[in-house]
Design a protein. Structure first.
Length: 413
């Protein structure tokens, strides 16, 4: 099936600098070109295929040097054309959809939206740079998306098991009433419904067994996806997921939020705002305070929240910080806001300047060489013996402690 490319030239144009705007869709992209004064030059429709992307480059080159290209949806329908233009050396910026009130007054069509995107790009201002859509972080995003949907499905399966048991026959309810979640799911997955005498019991147990096995299969799927993430994390930011309180999932979410080209974030304050961890003034009258930011990427904010709760639970330095804030009169929400802002600062530094990672694999051989036990190491470093074991197996998310352990051993060789 042939796709027709139509162009409407609205006036003469020179071969100086021009600005382009692209309205993106699933099957087609509409391109509009304006000059440096905002005068409309031409617009055309192209298929959203590789051949269409090549045709867009040829089309833009006919108007001279392209200063900037504004694209709607650089991380959705415009992902392909964004990557293609960036590889061709053109500067691409993300432009937001026009305000609904403005759209009602001006109307809506592909040419109108494309020209609006070009005009917005020409106007300058703080346009967000598109994320780079290749590399380790982009690969991580696909794994993370698959894992997130599997986690949701597993949660739904567990809720469904409980719901089915509520209305099950009384003798079935009595059989499984006292079981915990893990024991219940294991028992249901091993059922043999065919041994039941009546049809209702056979049907109920068949349904319960099916949902329980679904839960087990999803757990296996989640574990397999999570097992692939550390390799990608080591390529992108090796020190991040080994930092105290930061796990594989929280590190993955924060890296996905920052993007492959983290240099597009001008400062750690910009990253904090992106994560919804920047302070928002909430003062009135004699009250002078800040509140939690409800904007930004809520998934990244949730990751910061989990890190903060984890550190409050076991990190002495964080506990001392919380105690000082309470003495200063701050409530729990205000303390969490301050903590998340501080963690965002730390995460930004680890993303933009990954640093070195201590190699845990040398720790156990060095300890054996010195003839020391884990209990002696725990006493010397003032940490729990269980943590020494976790560090030696690479399971502790505390790069600083791993480095301290390694330095302590090296000083005694």
């Amino acid at each position: 099936m042939m796709t027709t490319i139509t162009a409407e030239v609205t006036g003469q144009h020179d071969t100086g600098e021009v600005v382009a705007g692209i309205d993106t869709h699933a099957d087609t992209h509409h391109v509009a070109v304006i000059d440096r004064t905002g005068r409309r030059l031409a617009d055309a429709g192209f298929p959203a295929t590789f051949a269409g992307y090549q045709a867009i480059l040829v089309y833009l080159a006919a108007f001279g040097a392209v200063r900037i290209v504004g694209i709607e949806g650089t991380h959705s329908y415009g992902a392909g054309i964004t990557v293609h233009l960036q590889r061709a050396g053109l500067r691409v910026v993300e432009v937001l959809r026009p305000n609904r009130q403005v759209r009602r007054m001006r109307g809506k069509s592909d040419p109108i939206d494309a020209y609006e995107a070009a005009a917005t790009a020409l106007a300058g201002g703080e346009h967000p740079e598109p994320k780079v859509l290749d590399g380790a972080i982009e690969a991580l995003r696909y794994l993370f998306a698959a894992r997130r949907s599997a986690v949701k499905a597993r949660s739904a399966a567990q809720v469904q098991v409980k719901s089915l048991l509520v209305t099950a026959p009384d003798r079935i309810r009595r059989r499984y009433r006292e079981m915990g979640d893990a024991e219940l799911l294991l028992a249901l997955s091993r059922l043999r419904p065919s041994t039941e005498a009546d049809q209702l019991s056979r049907t109920v147990l068949t349904a319960l067994k099916s949902v329980a096995r679904r839960h087990q299969n999803l757990t296996t799927e989640i574990d397999e996806l999570e097992a692939e993430m550390p390799v990608l994390l080591d390529q992108a930011a090796p020190a991040l997921h080994r930092t105290k309180g930061v796990g594989v999932i929280t590190a993955a979410q924060l890296l996905i939020t920052a993007g492959e080209n983290s240099d597009r974030l001008h400062s750690e304050a910009a990253f904090a705002a992106l994560c919804g961890a920047s302070p928002i003034p909430a003062s009135s009258g004699k009250t002078n305070r800040y509140r939690l930011n409800r904007g930004g990427d809520r998934q990244a904010n949730s990751a910061l929240h989990h890190i903060a709760l984890s550190r409050i639970s076991f990190d002495p330095r964080t506990r001392a910080y919380v105690a000082r804030k309470r003495q200063a009169g701050k409530n729990t929400k205000e303390i969490l806001r301050c903590l998340k802002r501080a963690i965002a600062r730390e995460v930004y530094k680890l993303i933009t300047n990954p640093g070195t990672v201590a190699d845990y694999r040398t720790l156990r051989p060095l300890r054996h060489q010195l003839g020391l036990t884990q209990a002696q190491i725990a006493t010397a470093l003032a940490i729990n013996i269980a943590k020494v074991s976790l560090i030696e197996r690479g399971l502790a998310h505390d790069n600083e402690c791993v480095r301290t352990y390694h330095q302590w051993l090296c000083q005694r060789i």
